[in-house]
Design a binder for this molecule. Sequence first.
Ligand SMILES: *[C@@H]1O[C@H](CO)[C@@H](O)[C@H](O)[C@H]1NC(C)=O
Ligand SMILES: *[C@@H]1O[C@H](CO)[C@@H](O)[C@H](O)[C@H]1NC(C)=O
Ligand SMILES: *[C@@H]1O[C@H](CO)[C@@H](O)[C@H](O)[C@H]1NC(C)=O
Ligand SMILES: *[C@@H]1O[C@H](CO)[C@@H](O)[C@H](O)[C@H]1NC(C)=O
Ligand SMILES: *[C@@H]1O[C@H](CO)[C@@H](O)[C@H](O)[C@H]1NC(C)=O
Length: 727
Amino acid sequence: MRRIYFCFGFFLLIVSFHGEIINATQLESNGVYIVYMGSPRNDHAPLLHSVMKRKKNSVVQTYSNGFSGFAARLSEEEAKSIAKKPGVVSVIADRVLALHTTRSWDFLKYQTALKTDSTPTSPSNGADTIIGILDTGIWPESDSFIDEDMGPIPSHWKGKCMGGHNFTSSNCNKKVIGARYYDDPDSTTPLFGTPRDESGHGTHVASTAAGRPVSGASYYGLANGTAEGGSPGSRIAMYRVCVAGGGCLSSAILKGFDDAIGDGVDVLSLSLGSSPGDPDFATDPIAIGAFHAVEKGIVVVCSAGNSGPSSMTVVNVAPWILTVAATTIDRDFGADVVLGGNKVIKVIKTLVVNCVPGSLDDNKVKGKIVVCENKDNEYEPEDKFDILKSQGVIGMILIDNYQRQIPSKFGTYAIAAVTEEDGAEILSYIKSNSTPIATILPTVMIQNYKPAPVVGYFSSRGPTFGIRNLLKPDIAAPGVAILAAWPANDKKEALTEKDSPLFNILSGTSMACPHVSGLAAVVKSQHPTWSASAIRSAIMTTAIQTNNLHATITTDTGSSSTPYDIGAGEISLSGPLQPGLVYETEADDYIQFLCNFGYDTSKIKSIALSMPDNFSCSSNSNSDSISNMNYPSIAISSLKENEGKTVNRTVTNVGEEDSIYAASVETPVNMDVKVVPDKLQFTKNVKKLSFQVTFKLTKTSQKDLFGSITWSSEKYKVRSPFVVSNA
Ligand SMILES: *[C@@H]1O[C@H](CO)[C@@H](O)[C@H](O)[C@H]1NC(C)=O
Ligand SMILES: *[C@@H]1O[C@H](CO)[C@@H](O)[C@H](O)[C@H]1NC(C)=O
Ligand SMILES: *[C@@H]1O[C@H](CO)[C@@H](O)[C@H](O)[C@H]1NC(C)=O
Ligand SMILES: *[C@@H]1O[C@H](CO)[C@@H](O)[C@H](O)[C@H]1NC(C)=O
Ligand SMILES: *[C@@H]1O[C@H](CO)[C@@H](O)[C@H](O)[C@H]1NC(C)=O
């Protein structure tokens, strides 16, 4: 009898949606264009009236709080003609962005605290802050959203709780203080109809960001622990911009931002994004909305995407956004596959390469465990299992190094993923036995699993597509197997055919993002006057790069992670409350970034609120200068041998008035890094100090090089990661 051990027990499952499923093609074929007019000082009224005069009922949304513009049903010709009108920055065809959850995990056994990290020790629990969430809506009945013992709604709240299908304003309380959704007023078939969450994603992320602690939270009674949001004292405002099928419309996203800015939220959390590729900040609704939110001091936190482990796949890369990668936590699940022996579930009789749906004969696979390779990219493993299940297959062993996280199903079904190494052993066993038999044992939980955190294999990776001088993602947070609130709908759960659970376990950068949103709210609550960039800096410079083995955080393959995987590192819950120094990135820095990115002055002028009339991009704007933005991390590109590149940074003291900091550098091989000055002395009157960092390659390197600069005082360590590439 041989046992093959494999880690990470979970079940791959597409989130089951209970509402009407509307696909992206249907959503996009609405003929809606967003007419974006930049700063709210630009009056959109004359243009809006001329559109309405020409075509009744054509206007879908109007934007006026954070920025100016509207969305309307237009012909392509009309859209082209409007794009040429004065004051119009861009005309963008409405499109669909996707949620950043790919998978859901069922666990056979686990029974411990489900908190992802220790509770913040500070007296602040986010009280009086408001976290706005753009997502699929909310299921307000969850225990995570009970408002017992909460103080009055913060006075800066100006939003509302919209009624809709099976949702009235009395569904809001002192925890869920706002709810909106974005139907086209003239459409006969409302896309949303209600702020009520019909898929679960919005409820899950909202409770992760700001749910109250619920003990005895469980997934079908199998999990047993406390589910708690990162900022349990915060209030939640839900902006439903995604339909039940998971598509999120840009016109609705922009309206969500516009409302949230007017409503007075402190933090915005978006677990969605467009596909990886060349960023275009003038057409990306999240980049546009976030720009204006940040101008108003709102911290905008977004998921980095689930397109890893390929490089250059991070989305939401604008420098005014805090971009979050996903890691595991110190809880793991192990399962044994027993080959041979007498603990048999069923016989493996069929070895089917790839298990392409439709390629298998029902009679051959019924009642069997099927071993599948996973070499095609066309089908997700969960799709394969769905089809196999309908053919009567009782278990699946998937050979896939990336997806070796072990899916294991309680009840009738068992699926497991193994590494190629273990897969080879299974295949050779099958070849050498006429009646191969196997048992997939129940998954057991491993407490204090080591190593943790590990980068989630799906988490999108740097370098940043098209912007080598900006390091993204910024930060990493737990996003694998996260237990959080779930809507208890009347429908059965798709795979278990049981009643919907009150809590569910999901994975994705979608789940990592609200951990950071909650943390940002806690920092904001403790330091209400800090800017959005100061809060981001505090979170980044206090991040942790080591795991619970005191070694460098690794990726799913076991190799050391780099800033391309985790940015500054894994969030610390207490560090950001007392960072010592912060890197403040001002509106002017972002504007200079847009110049360096290649936007012309008139385009930038229309986007930015606080632009002096005589502003113009300097003639030597170039992508290299992006490295000089006052950002908490540093990215240098196209550095040649013996050539030096220097960047400037300015830090602001938010710790004790009289303090001295010294610089230390973690320098990669073949490189010289010099910090001038290497001591900074702050006093009552000296709050801000600048320094220069010069990077010099002593020998050409084919690989990108990573290191860090840390300013240390007696009390604080302020760390910035850097990356140097020759590309
Ligand atoms: C989307 O739905 C339409 C209409 O129901 C259908 O014709 C089309 O094939 C669907 N597209 C996808 C990608 O599923
Ligand atoms: C309204 O929502 C509640 C809570 O989820 C549910 O129990 C009820 O069945 C829903 N009613 C309708 C008509 O959908
Ligand atoms: C859940 O955990 C608590 C404390 O660890 C224990 O007393 C209780 O029996 C557990 N409940 C179940 C259903 O396992
Ligand atoms: C822009 O105008 C302001 C005052 O109106 C002036 O102080 C500033 O120097 C001008 N900047 C440039 C680049 O001309
Ligand atoms: C960096 O700062 C120094 C001193 O303030 C200044 O002279 C220099 O021009 C700055 N360099 C860049 C690239 O902005």
